[in-house]
Each structure stands twice: as structure tokens, then as C-alpha cells.
Design a protein around this ligand. Structure first.
Ligand code: SF4
Length: 337
């Protein structure tokens, strides 16, 4: 594999677009800091305490990751009443509502919180705005666990919207006292559009100091935006229920470049490649690199001999482990003694 620059991709696109069958491997792609941290937490918990370790919901939205951790002894449950009283449970990277935290306390569960710090930041904003007497509008997908958790911080004053029609239909007690927040994994363009609609409806609306869409979502979308115009097809490695992965497909399609979301290389349909010279490959924030490698190998076997990595921007974010797991590691006897 070689590396190439955005400038070279652009030159080829504007002038003599290459007819060589090739793969452009976008960077950054795949695991974000929140996902690395969440998976590390489950692995360390399994190594420190031994199986079984319960995990509420999928630790991150990727079937390969969940299956792998389940093989190592993690038990994934939908709700805490499936966890035996007093057992150890990990909250997923998407966060939980205070009602879930209370339920864990009632059942005497030993909790390890793998909520991404960038999701926690949105929870803190929700609590702050609600305490200040604002009605809250949360832009996001109401069936997503992250949105359920954030809404749960101030359920009486929070309304979730995902379309401009829903913005138009909003009714609040005081239109001059409204604040908005967003899910961390939205499309940047869609969020901008929704926030504009909110500002038109509530001219005095306030929002977070820094946007809630996280760095990983933004960087992966920016990479697709920069390269999609030079590709005939964009393949996004990620699971169906991964919000940020779905957004990458949308970003590409909005630029008129065909795109598919694939869990693994097996999902690629050979007819997608008909007449396709350049395939751009990226991965959502919860998709492991091993699956990207499989996709590249599949494409190479299909005649895409040249593989260039295109780094659109550097990304070096890391999050520390939560205090409960640091303390647990320090105080727990090693497994087997
Ligand atoms: S996608 Fe963003 S918010 Fe979600 S876990 Fe990764 S860094 Fe955190």
C-alpha cells in the first residue's frame, strides 16, 4: 500500500482521471477514542474480574466487536433486570439516563461506566440548561440509545426532533427560553440545517459553546467529502445500527457518489463494481480495522491492484479509563487466585 495526497487525487479527478482500478483508503477511518476506550474497559474488566461481565446494550454498534467480546465472556443484555442482583455491569459508550443509574443502584449492581466522555459532555449541558429553566430541543434520532440517555437527564423539558417539520411543530412554554443540543453522530450538514430551522423558529435559542457533533464523526465525514468526488463508489464498513456509519453513506450519496454500508467484505455485491475504477473505502467509528483489511483484500482479488491511503487530516485523540476501572484494577485480586 502507498500513500497519496488529496492534491494528487484532485488533480487526477479534474484532469486525466485514472482508468486504473484502484482503492483509496480514507484516513482517519474506523475506531474513535470513545470506542477504543469502551472496548478496553470490557476487556480489562474480563481480565481483572473474570467472566461473566454483563454489558447493558451493545458496547459499541458493531456486530463483529460484540460477537468477539461475547466469546470472551461478556453477556450483553437489553435491560438491567436481566442482570443478576449484585453482579457487575458495564454501560455502553452511548450512555444511560439517570433512571438506568437508579435502577442499577436498586439492584445493587457494581457499575462500570464506559460512556464516551463526549456523550457525557452533552449530558452535562442538558443538566445545566434544564437547571437554568430552558426548554430543551435535542436534535437526533429518538430510537438511538444516546438520545434516550441524554433525554433522560431532563425528560420533562426535553423534546427530540429529527426533521424540520418536527421543528415547525414544536410548542414550548416560553419561546425566548429555549436551548438546543445534538446527538454526537449526526451529519454535519443535516445538523446545520436543523439548527438554522431552530434559529428561525426561536431567534433567541441558545446552544452549546462548542458543537456536540464529535471530532470523530466530523473527521470521517470530512474525509468522505474530500475524496468522494474522485471516486466512483464509496464503501463504508460499519453495522446497520451505527449512526455515524450511516451518515458517511449519506454524505457520499449527497455528493452523487454511489455508496454502500457493509458489515463485512462478504456483503459486497460484485455488480456494485461494474464500470467502477476507483473505490474509496472508509469505516465508521465502531468498525475494526481487521474488517477494512478484508474489504481491501477482496477488492484486490477483484482486480483493484493499486491501494493508496489518503490522509485527509491527522487524528490523535485518546481518552483515559474511568476511575471505577482504574480503582478496580488496583484493588481486585488477579483472576485465578
Ligand atoms: S463516535 Fe464520537 S461520541 Fe461516539 S464514541 Fe466515538 S468519539 Fe465518542
Amino acid at each position: 500500500m502507498t500513500t497519496t495526497t488529496l492534491e494528487r487525487v484532485s488533480e487526477e479527478q479534474s484532469g486525466n482521471k485514472t482508468k486504473t482500478k484502484r482503492v483509496l483508503l480514507l484516513k482517519p477511518r474506523g475506531f474513535c477514542a470513545g470506542v477504543v476506550r469502551a472496548i478496553d474497559i470490557v476487556q480489562i474488566a474480563l481480565e481483572t474480574f473474570g467472566a461473566p461481565i454483563y454489558v447493558r446494550k451493545e458496547i459499541v454498534h458493531n456486530s463483529y466487536v460484540v460477537t468477539d467480546l461475547a466469546k470472551k465472556g461478556a453477556i450483553f443484555v437489553n435491560e438491567l433486570d436481566e442482570v443478576p442482583e449484585g453482579a457487575r455491569v458495564i454501560y455502553s459508550a452511548h450512555g444511560v439516563s439517570p433512571a438506568v443509574r437508579e435502577a442499577a443502584k436498586q439492584r445493587g449492581l457494581k457499575v462500570i461506566d464506559a460512556t464516551c466522555p463526549l456523550v457525557t459532555k452533552v449530558h452535562v449541558e442538558a443538566i445545566k440548561f434544564a437547571k437554568q429553566g430552558y426548554s430543551l430541543v435535542l436534535v437526533g434520532h429518538r430510537d438511538h440509545e444516546e438520545v434516550e440517555g441524554t433525554q433522560g437527564e431532563a425528560p420533562d423539558v426535553t423534546q427530540v426532533v429529527s426533521t424540520v417539520e418536527e421543528v415547525a411543530a414544536l410548542v414550548v412554554p416560553d419561546p425566548n427560553k429555549v436551548a438546543y443540543l445534538t446527538q454526537t453522530t449526526l451529519s454535519l450538514d443535516e445538523a446545520r440545517y436543523m439548527i438554522e430551522a431552530l434559529k428561525n423558529k426561536f431567534p433567541n435559542i441558545i446552544g452549546p459553546h462548542a458543537q456536540d457533533i464529535c471530532y470523530a464523526t466530523e473527521n470521517r465525514q470530512t474525509a468522505v467529502k474530500n475524496v468522494a468526488h474522485g471516486a466512483d463508489l464509496v464503501l463504508v464498513v460499519g453495522s446497520r445500527n451505527s449512526s455515524n456509519s450511516n451518515r458517511l453513506v449519506e454524505v457520499s450519496k449527497n455528493l452523487d457518489t454511489n455508496s454502500y454500508l457493509i458489515d463485512t467484505a462478504d456483503a459486497i455485491q460484485p455488480e456494485w463494481l461494474e464500470g467502477v475504477n476507483t473505490v474509496a473505502v472508509t469505516a465508521g467509528a465502531s468498525a475494526p480495522e481487521v474488517l477494512v483489511k478484508d474489504v481491501v483484500e477482496y477488492l484486490q482479488a477483484m482486480g483493484y491492484g493499486s491501494v493508496d491511503e489518503v490522509e485527509v487530516m491527522p487524528e490523535n485523540v485518546r481518552f483515559g479509563l474511568p476511575p471505577e476501572i482504574v480503582q478496580a484494577i488496583a484493588s481486585a485480586p488477579p483472576v485465578g487466585r
